[in-house]
Ligand binder design. Structure first.
Ligand SMILES: Nc1ncnc2c1ncn2[C@@H]1O[C@H](COP(=O)(O)OP(=O)(O)OP(=O)(O)O)[C@@H](O)[C@H]1O
Ligand SMILES: O=C(O)[C@H](O)COP(=O)(O)O
Length: 408
């Protein structure tokens, strides 16, 4: 079934907007945090619209979201996100440093029409990071404590749609549920990729999420959803080694220590099957007292960007295409000397119909001044890659089950 047809089967948010009713809305405002500060608020900006729509309809809005993962530096309180939400909403919201305890439940019960209550980072609950089937997630503390206080569940967090976690798939089992506008827009826009049946579609696949990207490349080629794939970033490095082999001991060490071997085997299989469609870098940039380009045969260290010849070749591919999917930077963009591949290709891609996704990719696109030229900017990272790879998202499945059960 095409994505558009799937979305049509899930109730739109309007079906959940009834004055005085209580809504639990799951959004994804997981943001990059450096030195305790949010450095990119793109996701918050996107979801503020959803909260505004719900509030203006006179519903009582309970917001569920996460930030980081337990144990990681960016695992913080959502207190940090509150002022950003307020900035984009242009009105104050409430925050409670509790998710399912008596204080959170009291504040939910006392909500008035139009009020928005942001609950604490849902991942403070140990059960939230355990993935299970929706029926099991409906039996978690989170769902058992909060669902009785709500009338509807709205799922809007496209970026977390690939997780079978309680806050994503548990509520749709027990509450009539709707798709939020961010989630709906994502599915419809990404559906446009599949409708072209591959004609004129090129995937620029870079970044560091190697296994996910290999899977997406395979799915897109297998299903004929893309005509060509150009690989850069660490993904491009893996493909280049798969194609040309390890030519010196220094590189052998990089490959072994980086844990790249299983990915190289997978990349070899893909090249054997779809070699003509996968374009790999012919040169790379490395750091040798500054940026230095070298051909793939001379490479003896981990590359930090694609080289000049590769940039030119990839640009040509982009120029010949109709639709470009850009997922993951072509190099180590945190260092300006190695951002050229990403910047130049993003600028070229913005002259075509461009779909892009991933936190780093979005930041790069913003820097290149092309973010507003894109046809669609996805809020998803892994969810974006998996969706364009044709994988069924747990959130989608749970919402479809809910739609059949509650017939909103
Ligand atoms: N050749 C390279 N060497 C080192 N790091 C690289 C290289 N190419 C890309 N990266 C790094 O990969 C990271 C981005 O990859 P990722 O796959 O996570 O992108 P994204 O999907 O846009 O972002 P996110 O996962 O944050 O949503 C960046 O930190 C970038 O510097
Ligand atoms: O940033 C993301 O991709 C989403 O917020 C999901 O985060 P996770 O990978 O920690 O589940």
């Amino acid at each position: 079934m095409l994505l558009n047809e799937i979305v049509d089967q899930i109730p739109n948010i309007n079906k959940c907007l009834h004055r005085g009713k209580t809504l639990i809305i799951r959004i994804d405002i997981n943001s990059p945090i450096v030195n305790g500060k949010i450095v990119d608020d793109f996701r918050i900006r996107m979801h503020a619209y959803t909260l505004r729509v719900a509030s203006e309809a006179g519903t009582k809005v309970v917001v569920l979201a996460h930030q980081g993962r337990p144990g990681q530096d960016d695992f913080t309180s959502l207190d940090l996100h509150k002022p950003y939400i307020e900035k984009y909403l242009e009105k104050p919201i409430k925050f409670v440093d509790d998710v399912i305890g008596p204080e959170a439940r009291r504040q939910i019960r006392e909500l008035r029409e139009g009020e928005i209550l942001l609950l604490e980072n849902v991942r403070v609950l140990a059960e939230e990071v355990i993935e299970k089937v929706p029926e099991a997630q409906a039996d978690t503390f989170l769902v058992r404590k909060l669902a009785p206080l709500a009338d509807y569940f709205v799922f809007d967090g496209f970026a977390v749609a690939h997780r079978s976690q309680p806050s994503v798939v548990g509520f749709p089992m027990v509450l009539p549920s709707c798709a939020g506008p961010v989630f709906e827009r994502e599915l419809r826009a990404l559906g446009a990729v599949f409708e072209k049946k591959g004609r004129g579609v090129v995937l620029m696949a870079g970044g560091a999420k190697i296994p996910d990207t290999l899977k997406a490349v395979e799915q897109l080629l297998k299903n004929g959803f893309v005509e060509k794939v150009a690989v850069g970033g660490l993904v491009g490095f893996v493909f280049a080694v798969a194609k040309h082999g390890v030519l010196n001991t220094a590189l052998k060490q990089v490959v072994e220590q980086g844990g790249y071997l299983p990915y190289i085997d997978k990349a070899k299989q893909l090249l054997a099957k779809y070699g003509g469609q996968i374009h790999t870098p012919v040169d790379f940039a490395v750091n040798q007292n500054g940026r230095m380009d070298m051909d793939v045969y001379s490479l003896a260290q981990s590359p930090l960007d694609i080289g000049r010849l590769t940039i030119l070749a990839f640009k040509e591919l982009v120029d010949q295409s109709e639709l470009v999917i850009f997922s993951g930077p072509m190099g180590y963009i945190e260092d300006e000397r190695f951002a050229a591949g990403t910047m130049e290709l993003l600028k070229a891609a913005a002259r075509r119909k461009l779909i892009l996704g991933g936190g780093h990719t979005i930041m790069a696109a913003e820097k290149a001044g092309v973010l507003d030229k894109a046809f669609h900017v996805s809020t998803g990272g892994r969810a974006f890659i998996q969706t364009i790879g044709g994988e069924e998202m747990p959130a989608v499945k749970a919402l479809l089950t809910s739609a059949r059960k509650f017939k909103l």
